[in-house]
Design a protein around this ligand. Structure first.
Ligand SMILES: Nc1ncnc2c1ncn2[C@@H]1O[C@H](COP(=O)(O)OP(=O)(O)O)[C@@H](O)[C@H]1O
Ligand SMILES: [Mg+2]
Length: 597
């Protein structure tokens, strides 16, 4: 639990940090405020003009005074017109400012999301994060702009009207202000309580968001397992929860809002009572005109007070969202770039693990005191049971995670000292579950090399054994492949990702179970592609199927994060250990006849 003083500083910081976004656009902000002030002045002038008209008519009491009535009406009309013109300009400038701040905050968040390491995403849900970027940012922005703008204009109105009221008739003005302290106390109390409630609403809303995204992504699974009813129930319970939390937050408002209005009406009652009494007694300081102006002004006074109270509601929701936005912006990046990170430019490179230990957060160690040399321009293979730690080792070699202890050397540099950009430029990765963007095949390929020519693309596809199937598609390279490449088969996706790496042409390539989930014929094709990929590069190949690693220069057999055997295929077979046993079992399963087809 956070202490209350800690909470207070977080709260202050949130407000301060949010304001910084606004102050980037001082001119626009100044303009909106300017128009708001002008609008307020014009609005306050209306009751004063009305007072003059009636007072003049009362004093002269003659027929010519009608002339002053017409003039008065004309002036009031112009005041109304002027104030609405200001309002129109204010709204326009305000919209501009609003969209700019929104864009800034969103892109800051997006940039941060791109920088955050895999560990961060391991522990979050996409829908929940998306709802922070889209909805929470909008909430913050609304609170920020409407907050400052309406807040300022309300305060200005209250100040202007107060001056006018006390100037006209101090006793009556005092009555008007009687309810104000009560309103203040109630308002502060409400703000305190409702922020926590709104934060719960936001959390619940993003949970629901995650569920919807998950259901959309898993729609095939849901259909094949007939999970519709289960998902409906899950949705219903979360939606119900959101509804309850929303209602709880609004429930407070349902009391707060009418209660404050009622208190303000007490002010009106006192004006009618005391004002009426004074006029009845023929008090010289109170003309009919003044009394009318008083009513109008008092009405105008309570409106900004009510508006300030409304803002309370908005600010509470906004601050809750702000904390969620800044929580992401403040997340430390655990795979961060060193201050004096170096750029490297190497074709021949080796990667060395020395006494490396690693564990995932809140898990037991996956590897400890691990040593391995991935030699330059050689193919090094890691084999072993699932869960042995193969992918983890590949991730460490690519610095997806940082090792807890020990040292990883990449191209003769400590891996932490290499700039992330240059490190990533040197690495090509083909994952077991290939990721493709929703776009055409060409768009996905040129991610590897933006400037790739048509012939380069075709050559890469050819080497990846993918040219034939791509040419067979109705629109060839320009065929759209759907989200995550859903309109391609697993083996096709795999070969596209291999072609993508070939285009990128990095000196170090990691292949993580690239042939694990395809049939033997496709495996043959992918293997051919992999051989092409492996030439003149440093390669780390991870495989469950030993046929894939047979030709590797060095094979390490991993068991529970420890290398139990190593050497060439031949040597390991001769030793007759785990590898030899695995090979025996697997060659029984994959008859040579199919392998040669
Ligand atoms: N992101 C993660 N967070 C926590 N534990 C993980 C994560 N990824 C893998 N593990 C655990 O680490 C161990 C090794 O996993 P992994 O390296 O993927 O094995 P392999 O690739 O050999 O099948 C497994 O026990 C797995 O449960
Ligand atoms: Mg794995």
């Amino acid at each position: 639990m956070k202490s209350s003083s800690e909470k207070r500083t977080i709260k202050k910081r949130t407000i301060l940090r949010v304001s910084k976004y606004l102050f980037r656009y001082r001119t626009l902000f100044g303009l909106t405020l300017g128009f708001a002030i002008l609008m307020t002045l014009l609005e306050i002038s209306v009751p004063l003009a009305i007072q003059r008209i009636f007072d003049q008519m009362e004093i002269s009491g003659s027929f010519e005074s009608f002339e002053s009535l017409w003039v008065g009406i004309l002036i009031i009309g112009l005041l109304y017109l002027g104030s609405e013109v200001c309002n129109c300009l204010r709204i326009r400038v305000n919209n501009q400012l609003e969209q700019k701040v929104l864009l800034d905050m969103r892109s800051d968040l997006h940039t941060k999301l791109l920088k955050l390491s895999v560990t961060f995403y391991d522990q979050r849900k996409s829908g929940e994060l998306a709802s922070r970027v889209v909805e929470d940012v909008a909430n913050v922005e609304r609170a920020l702009l409407d907050g400052t703008e309406q807040g300022m204009s309300s305060i200005l109105k209250i100040a202007g009207i107060s001056i006018a009221l006390f100037y006209m008739q101090p006793t009556l003005a005092f009555c008007v202000f009687l309810p104000v302290p009560i309103l203040l106390v109630v308002g502060i109390f409400y703000a305190k309580r409702s922020r926590t409630v709104w934060k719960k609403v936001r959390e619940s809303a993003s949970e629901l968001n995650s569920l919807i995204i998950e259901d959309i992504q898993a729609n095939r699974l849901i259909q094949s397992f007939g999970l519709q009813d289960k998902e409906k129930a899950r949705f219903a319970s979360m939606a119900e929860d959101l509804k309850d939390k929303n209602l709880r937050a609004m429930y407070r408002w349902a009391f707060y809002s009418p209660a404050t209005t009622l208190v303000t009406k007490l002010g009106f009652l006192s004006i009618i009572g005391i004002g009426g009494f004074m006029v009845f007694n023929g008090d010289q300081t109170l003309s009919i005109g003044t009394l009318i102006a008083f009513f109008l002004l008092a009405n105008m006074l309570y409106q900004p007070i009510a508006q300030l109270h409304g803002l309370n509601h908005l600010l509470a929701a906004g601050r809750a969202s702000g904390e969620r936005v800044f929580e992401i912006l403040d997340t430390p990046i655990d795979v961060a770039e060193a201050k004096e990170a170096k750029d490297i430019k190497r074709r021949d490179l080796s990667i060395r693990f020395e006494n490396v230990s690693f564990q995932y957060p809140e898990r037991a160690a996956v590897i400890s005191n691990f040593n391995l040399l991935i030699e330059k321009n050689k193919v090094t293979a890691l084999v072993g049971h699932t869960g042995a730690g193969k992918t983890t080792i590949a991730n460490l070699a690519m610095r997806t995670y940082d090792a807890s202890t020990g040292q990883i050397t990449f191209a003769d540099e400590k891996i932490q000292n290499i700039s992330l950009k240059s490190l990533h430029n040197h690495i090509g990765f083909v994952a077991q579950d290939p990721f493709l963007f929703d776009g055409t095949i060409r768009e996905n390929l040129i991610l590897g090399k933006v400037t790739a020519s048509e012939s380069e693309i075709n050559a890469a596809l050819d080497k990846a054994s993918a040219l034939e199937f791509v040419n067979g598609l109705p629109q060839g390279l320009d065929t759209r492949i759907g989200e995550k490449g859903i309109r391609l088969s697993q083996g096709e996706k795999q070969r596209i990702t291999i072609a993508r790496v070939l285009l990128k042409n990095p000196p170090f390539v990691v292949l993580d179970e690239a042939t694990a989930s395809v049939d033997t014929i496709t495996e043959k094709k992918i293997q051919k592609a992999l051989e092409n990929l492996a030439s003149e590069r440093t390669v780390l190949i991870i495989a469950h199927r030993l046929s894939t690693v047979k030709k590797a220069d060095y094979i390490a057999v991993l068991d529970k994060g420890v290398i139990i055997e190593s050497g060439t295929h031949k040597k390991l077979l001769n030793e007759g250990g785990t590898y030899a046993k695995l090979w025996q079992i697997q060659s029984d399963r994959i008859p040579e006849t199919i392998e040669h087809s």
